[in-house]
Design a protein around this ligand. Structure first.
Ligand code: UDP
Ligand code: MG
Length: 317
Protein backbone atom coordinates (compact mmCIF):
# COMPACT_ATOMS: atom_id res chain seq x y z
CA UNK A 1 0.00 0.00 0.00
CA UNK A 2 1.31 3.45 -0.85
CA UNK A 3 2.22 5.45 2.23
CA UNK A 4 -0.31 8.18 1.39
CA UNK A 5 -3.06 5.63 1.56
CA UNK A 6 -2.12 4.19 4.90
CA UNK A 7 -3.51 5.41 8.16
CA UNK A 8 -1.35 5.52 11.28
CA UNK A 9 -3.14 5.47 14.60
CA UNK A 10 -1.26 6.82 17.57
CA UNK A 11 -2.80 5.61 20.83
CA UNK A 12 -1.99 7.55 23.99
CA UNK A 13 -3.45 6.68 27.39
CA UNK A 14 -3.51 9.61 29.79
CA UNK A 15 -4.48 9.79 33.42
CA UNK A 16 -4.29 13.11 35.24
CA UNK A 17 -1.77 14.52 32.80
CA UNK A 18 -3.12 18.08 32.57
CA UNK A 19 0.41 19.47 32.61
CA UNK A 20 1.59 17.11 29.90
CA UNK A 21 -1.00 16.76 27.16
CA UNK A 22 -0.35 19.99 25.28
CA UNK A 23 3.37 19.59 25.40
CA UNK A 24 3.10 15.97 24.40
CA UNK A 25 0.84 16.82 21.49
CA UNK A 26 3.28 19.46 20.29
CA UNK A 27 6.18 17.05 20.27
CA UNK A 28 4.13 14.32 18.67
CA UNK A 29 2.88 16.66 15.95
CA UNK A 30 6.47 17.73 15.30
CA UNK A 31 7.56 14.10 15.04
CA UNK A 32 4.79 13.34 12.56
CA UNK A 33 5.27 16.46 10.48
CA UNK A 34 6.04 15.70 6.86
CA UNK A 35 5.17 12.02 7.18
CA UNK A 36 3.34 10.81 4.11
CA UNK A 37 0.78 8.70 5.97
CA UNK A 38 -2.56 9.93 7.14
CA UNK A 39 -2.89 9.88 10.91
CA UNK A 40 -5.20 9.88 13.86
CA UNK A 41 -4.14 10.55 17.41
CA UNK A 42 -6.33 8.60 19.80
CA UNK A 43 -6.06 10.00 23.31
CA UNK A 44 -7.68 7.79 25.91
CA UNK A 45 -8.56 9.69 29.03
CA UNK A 46 -8.52 7.07 31.74
CA UNK A 47 -11.00 8.74 34.09
CA UNK A 48 -8.81 11.72 34.95
CA UNK A 49 -9.98 13.88 37.82
CA UNK A 50 -7.99 16.96 36.77
CA UNK A 51 -8.34 19.10 33.65
CA UNK A 52 -6.94 16.48 31.23
CA UNK A 53 -10.21 15.97 29.37
CA UNK A 54 -10.76 19.71 28.90
CA UNK A 55 -7.27 20.09 27.55
CA UNK A 56 -7.86 17.25 25.12
CA UNK A 57 -11.09 18.82 23.86
CA UNK A 58 -9.17 22.04 23.38
CA UNK A 59 -6.48 20.20 21.41
CA UNK A 60 -9.08 18.58 19.22
CA UNK A 61 -10.46 21.99 18.26
CA UNK A 62 -7.02 22.84 16.88
CA UNK A 63 -6.11 19.46 15.44
CA UNK A 64 -8.91 17.53 13.76
CA UNK A 65 -6.82 14.33 13.68
CA UNK A 66 -7.24 14.09 17.46
CA UNK A 67 -9.76 11.53 18.65
CA UNK A 68 -10.74 11.81 22.29
CA UNK A 69 -11.86 8.63 24.01
CA UNK A 70 -12.95 9.06 27.58
CA UNK A 71 -13.46 6.22 30.02
CA UNK A 72 -16.12 6.47 32.70
CA UNK A 73 -13.60 6.04 35.50
CA UNK A 74 -10.01 5.05 36.02
CA UNK A 75 -9.60 1.54 34.63
CA UNK A 76 -5.82 1.50 34.59
CA UNK A 77 -3.13 1.85 31.96
CA UNK A 78 -3.57 -1.57 30.32
CA UNK A 79 -7.34 -1.19 30.01
CA UNK A 80 -6.94 2.34 28.63
CA UNK A 81 -4.47 1.05 26.04
CA UNK A 82 -6.91 -1.71 25.11
CA UNK A 83 -9.73 0.81 24.61
CA UNK A 84 -7.51 2.88 22.34
CA UNK A 85 -6.38 -0.12 20.31
CA UNK A 86 -9.98 -1.32 19.95
CA UNK A 87 -11.09 2.05 18.60
CA UNK A 88 -8.07 2.79 16.42
CA UNK A 89 -8.80 2.47 12.72
CA UNK A 90 -5.22 2.54 11.43
CA UNK A 91 -3.34 0.07 9.26
CA UNK A 92 -0.72 0.33 11.96
CA UNK A 93 -1.33 1.30 15.56
CA UNK A 94 1.46 2.86 17.58
CA UNK A 95 0.97 3.13 21.32
CA UNK A 96 3.04 5.24 23.64
CA UNK A 97 2.83 6.92 27.03
CA UNK A 98 1.64 10.50 27.21
CA UNK A 99 4.43 11.67 29.51
CA UNK A 100 7.18 11.86 26.86
CA UNK A 101 9.09 8.99 28.47
CA UNK A 102 8.55 7.24 25.16
CA UNK A 103 10.15 9.65 22.67
CA UNK A 104 7.69 10.45 19.83
CA UNK A 105 10.72 11.23 17.68
CA UNK A 106 11.26 7.48 17.28
CA UNK A 107 7.93 6.83 15.59
CA UNK A 108 9.62 7.07 12.19
CA UNK A 109 11.84 4.13 13.14
CA UNK A 110 8.87 2.03 14.19
CA UNK A 111 7.15 2.71 10.88
CA UNK A 112 10.34 1.89 8.99
CA UNK A 113 10.58 -1.53 10.62
CA UNK A 114 6.91 -2.13 9.96
CA UNK A 115 7.45 -1.33 6.28
CA UNK A 116 10.18 -3.94 6.24
CA UNK A 117 7.42 -6.41 7.01
CA UNK A 118 7.32 -6.80 10.78
CA UNK A 119 3.80 -6.99 12.18
CA UNK A 120 5.04 -6.10 15.66
CA UNK A 121 7.69 -3.51 16.45
CA UNK A 122 8.55 -3.47 20.12
CA UNK A 123 10.15 -0.56 21.97
CA UNK A 124 12.84 -1.83 24.33
CA UNK A 125 14.07 0.31 27.18
CA UNK A 126 17.82 0.56 27.47
CA UNK A 127 17.49 2.22 30.84
CA UNK A 128 15.22 4.60 32.64
CA UNK A 129 16.76 7.77 33.90
CA UNK A 130 14.38 8.07 36.78
CA UNK A 131 14.15 4.45 37.94
CA UNK A 132 15.86 3.84 41.29
CA UNK A 133 18.02 0.78 42.00
CA UNK A 134 15.14 -0.91 43.85
CA UNK A 135 12.81 -0.66 40.85
CA UNK A 136 15.54 -1.87 38.52
CA UNK A 137 16.42 -4.85 40.69
CA UNK A 138 12.76 -5.68 41.22
CA UNK A 139 12.08 -5.65 37.51
CA UNK A 140 15.15 -7.74 36.64
CA UNK A 141 14.11 -10.30 39.24
CA UNK A 142 10.54 -10.32 38.01
CA UNK A 143 11.48 -11.08 34.42
CA UNK A 144 13.70 -13.92 35.58
CA UNK A 145 10.93 -15.50 37.62
CA UNK A 146 8.42 -14.91 34.85
CA UNK A 147 10.54 -16.63 32.23
CA UNK A 148 11.15 -19.55 34.57
CA UNK A 149 7.47 -20.09 35.26
CA UNK A 150 5.89 -19.21 31.95
CA UNK A 151 6.31 -20.69 28.49
CA UNK A 152 5.68 -17.20 27.05
CA UNK A 153 9.03 -15.44 26.74
CA UNK A 154 9.12 -11.90 28.08
CA UNK A 155 12.13 -9.67 27.67
CA UNK A 156 13.24 -7.29 30.36
CA UNK A 157 12.77 -3.76 29.13
CA UNK A 158 9.84 -4.41 26.78
CA UNK A 159 7.75 -1.25 27.19
CA UNK A 160 4.22 -0.34 26.24
CA UNK A 161 5.76 1.58 23.37
CA UNK A 162 5.14 -0.41 20.23
CA UNK A 163 3.65 -0.66 16.80
CA UNK A 164 1.14 -3.32 15.85
CA UNK A 165 -0.05 -3.78 12.32
CA UNK A 166 -3.70 -4.46 11.56
CA UNK A 167 -3.24 -8.21 11.63
CA UNK A 168 -1.58 -8.10 15.05
CA UNK A 169 -4.26 -5.75 16.35
CA UNK A 170 -7.02 -8.07 15.19
CA UNK A 171 -5.27 -11.04 16.77
CA UNK A 172 -4.85 -9.14 20.02
CA UNK A 173 -8.55 -8.32 19.99
CA UNK A 174 -9.21 -12.03 20.34
CA UNK A 175 -7.62 -11.97 23.80
CA UNK A 176 -10.32 -10.55 26.03
CA UNK A 177 -9.09 -11.62 29.45
CA UNK A 178 -9.63 -9.15 32.25
CA UNK A 179 -6.28 -9.27 33.93
CA UNK A 180 -4.05 -7.96 31.21
CA UNK A 181 -0.35 -7.57 30.78
CA UNK A 182 -0.21 -6.43 27.18
CA UNK A 183 3.48 -7.07 26.69
CA UNK A 184 2.99 -10.71 27.62
CA UNK A 185 -0.16 -11.01 25.52
CA UNK A 186 1.70 -9.71 22.50
CA UNK A 187 4.59 -12.06 23.19
CA UNK A 188 2.02 -14.85 23.38
CA UNK A 189 0.79 -13.99 19.87
CA UNK A 190 4.23 -15.01 18.70
CA UNK A 191 4.25 -12.86 15.56
CA UNK A 192 7.60 -11.78 14.07
CA UNK A 193 8.98 -8.86 16.02
CA UNK A 194 11.48 -6.13 15.40
CA UNK A 195 12.90 -3.97 18.17
CA UNK A 196 13.55 -0.29 18.53
CA UNK A 197 15.80 0.58 21.46
CA UNK A 198 15.31 3.75 23.44
CA UNK A 199 16.20 5.38 26.70
CA UNK A 200 13.27 6.51 28.77
CA UNK A 201 13.99 10.08 29.82
CA UNK A 202 12.75 11.80 32.93
CA UNK A 203 9.13 12.82 33.13
CA UNK A 204 9.02 16.54 32.27
CA UNK A 205 5.91 17.16 34.39
CA UNK A 206 3.53 15.36 36.71
CA UNK A 207 4.24 12.27 38.74
CA UNK A 208 4.16 8.59 37.92
CA UNK A 209 0.61 7.25 37.95
CA UNK A 210 1.83 3.80 38.83
CA UNK A 211 1.69 3.41 42.58
CA UNK A 212 3.77 0.55 44.01
CA UNK A 213 0.46 -1.24 44.54
CA UNK A 214 -0.59 -0.88 40.88
CA UNK A 215 2.84 -2.05 39.78
CA UNK A 216 2.64 -5.13 41.98
CA UNK A 217 -0.89 -5.87 40.77
CA UNK A 218 0.32 -5.70 37.17
CA UNK A 219 3.23 -8.00 37.93
CA UNK A 220 0.93 -10.55 39.57
CA UNK A 221 -1.61 -10.30 36.74
CA UNK A 222 1.10 -11.08 34.26
CA UNK A 223 2.50 -14.01 36.15
CA UNK A 224 -0.79 -15.67 36.98
CA UNK A 225 -2.18 -14.98 33.53
CA UNK A 226 0.69 -16.71 31.79
CA UNK A 227 1.57 -19.53 34.12
CA UNK A 228 -0.47 -22.18 35.88
CA UNK A 229 2.64 -23.54 37.50
CA UNK A 230 1.92 -22.10 40.96
CA UNK A 231 -1.39 -24.01 40.92
CA UNK A 232 0.36 -27.21 40.04
CA UNK A 233 3.21 -26.81 42.49
CA UNK A 234 1.23 -28.69 45.16
CA UNK A 235 1.26 -31.80 43.03
CA UNK A 236 5.04 -31.88 42.79
CA UNK A 237 5.38 -31.00 46.43
CA UNK A 238 2.98 -33.80 47.32
CA UNK A 239 4.86 -36.34 45.23
CA UNK A 240 8.13 -35.24 46.83
CA UNK A 241 6.53 -35.55 50.27
CA UNK A 242 5.31 -39.02 49.41
CA UNK A 243 8.79 -40.09 48.38
CA UNK A 244 10.14 -38.64 51.62
CA UNK A 245 7.44 -40.52 53.51
CA UNK A 246 8.64 -43.76 51.96
CA UNK A 247 12.24 -43.10 52.93
CA UNK A 248 11.48 -41.87 56.40
CA UNK A 249 8.99 -44.70 56.85
CA UNK A 250 11.73 -47.23 56.30
CA UNK A 251 13.78 -45.44 58.91
CA UNK A 252 10.97 -45.48 61.49
CA UNK A 253 10.47 -49.19 60.86
CA UNK A 254 14.16 -49.75 61.29
CA UNK A 255 14.12 -47.90 64.62
CA UNK A 256 11.01 -49.78 65.70
CA UNK A 257 11.78 -53.30 64.57
CA UNK A 258 15.55 -53.56 64.65
CA UNK A 259 16.67 -51.10 67.32
CA UNK A 260 13.56 -51.44 69.52
CA UNK A 261 14.18 -47.87 70.71
CA UNK A 262 10.83 -46.26 70.19
CA UNK A 263 8.14 -44.92 72.44
CA UNK A 264 4.89 -46.80 71.84
CA UNK A 265 2.82 -45.20 69.10
CA UNK A 266 5.63 -43.11 67.58
CA UNK A 267 6.03 -45.12 64.39
CA UNK A 268 2.38 -45.17 63.50
CA UNK A 269 1.85 -41.47 64.28
CA UNK A 270 4.83 -40.35 62.24
CA UNK A 271 3.86 -42.53 59.31
CA UNK A 272 0.24 -41.43 59.39
CA UNK A 273 1.09 -37.73 59.57
CA UNK A 274 3.53 -37.93 56.70
CA UNK A 275 1.31 -40.08 54.57
CA UNK A 276 -1.81 -37.98 55.04
CA UNK A 277 0.18 -34.78 54.45
CA UNK A 278 1.40 -36.11 51.12
CA UNK A 279 -2.02 -37.31 50.11
CA UNK A 280 -3.50 -33.90 50.84
CA UNK A 281 -0.86 -32.12 48.83
CA UNK A 282 -1.29 -34.45 45.91
CA UNK A 283 -5.01 -33.96 46.05
CA UNK A 284 -4.58 -30.19 46.12
CA UNK A 285 -2.34 -30.55 43.10
CA UNK A 286 -4.96 -32.53 41.24
CA UNK A 287 -7.54 -29.87 42.07
CA UNK A 288 -4.98 -27.35 40.87
CA UNK A 289 -4.78 -29.11 37.53
CA UNK A 290 -8.53 -28.84 37.11
CA UNK A 291 -8.71 -25.24 38.31
CA UNK A 292 -5.83 -24.44 35.95
CA UNK A 293 -7.75 -25.92 33.07
CA UNK A 294 -10.93 -24.04 33.97
CA UNK A 295 -8.86 -20.87 34.08
CA UNK A 296 -7.29 -21.57 30.71
CA UNK A 297 -10.70 -22.19 29.17
CA UNK A 298 -12.21 -19.09 30.76
CA UNK A 299 -9.62 -16.89 29.12
CA UNK A 300 -11.05 -18.03 25.78
CA UNK A 301 -7.85 -17.27 23.98
CA UNK A 302 -7.77 -18.19 20.32
CA UNK A 303 -6.39 -21.65 19.67
CA UNK A 304 -3.82 -20.33 17.23
CA UNK A 305 -2.72 -17.16 15.53
CA UNK A 306 -2.06 -17.20 11.80
CA UNK A 307 1.01 -15.55 10.43
CA UNK A 308 -0.41 -15.91 6.94
CA UNK A 309 -1.72 -18.40 4.43
CA UNK A 310 0.28 -19.33 1.37
CA UNK A 311 -1.55 -20.60 -1.63
CA UNK A 312 -0.03 -22.04 -4.77
CA UNK A 313 -0.08 -18.64 -6.37
CA UNK A 314 0.11 -15.25 -4.79
CA UNK A 315 2.00 -13.84 -1.88
CA UNK A 316 1.87 -14.66 1.81
CA UNK A 317 -0.71 -12.30 3.16
N1 UDP B 1 -1.88 5.87 32.84
C1 UDP B 1 -3.23 5.61 32.61
N2 UDP B 1 -3.98 5.06 33.62
C2 UDP B 1 -3.45 4.73 34.83
C3 UDP B 1 -2.06 4.96 35.04
C4 UDP B 1 -1.31 5.54 34.02
O1 UDP B 1 -3.75 5.88 31.53
O2 UDP B 1 -4.19 4.26 35.69
C5 UDP B 1 -1.07 6.48 31.76
C6 UDP B 1 -0.25 7.69 32.17
O3 UDP B 1 -0.99 8.88 32.04
C7 UDP B 1 0.92 7.63 31.21
C8 UDP B 1 1.09 6.13 30.98
O4 UDP B 1 -0.13 5.53 31.35
O5 UDP B 1 0.62 8.22 29.96
C9 UDP B 1 2.23 5.53 31.81
O6 UDP B 1 2.05 5.85 33.16
P1 UDP B 1 3.23 6.44 34.06
O7 UDP B 1 4.09 7.37 33.27
O8 UDP B 1 2.62 7.00 35.28
O9 UDP B 1 4.02 5.12 34.44
P2 UDP B 1 5.61 4.97 34.62
O10 UDP B 1 6.25 5.55 33.39
O11 UDP B 1 5.95 5.73 35.85
O12 UDP B 1 5.82 3.50 34.75
MG1 MG C 1 5.96 7.36 32.67
Amino acid sequence: MAPEQTLLSIVVPVYNEEDMVERFHQELARALEGRPERREIVFVDDGSTDKTLERLTFLQAKDPTVVVVSLSRNFGHQAALTAGIDLAAGDAVIMLDGDLQHPPGLIGKFVERWREGYPVVQGVREGTEDAGPAKRLGSALYYRVFNRLSPTPLSDGAADFRLLDRKAVDALKGLRERHRLLRAMIAWLGLPQAEVRFTAGKRPAGRTKYSPYKMLALAVDGLLGFSSLPLRAALWLGLAALAATGAYGLYTLYVRLILHETVRGWTSIVLLIMFLGSVQLIWLGILGEYVGRIYEELKERPLYVLRGVRRAQGPLS
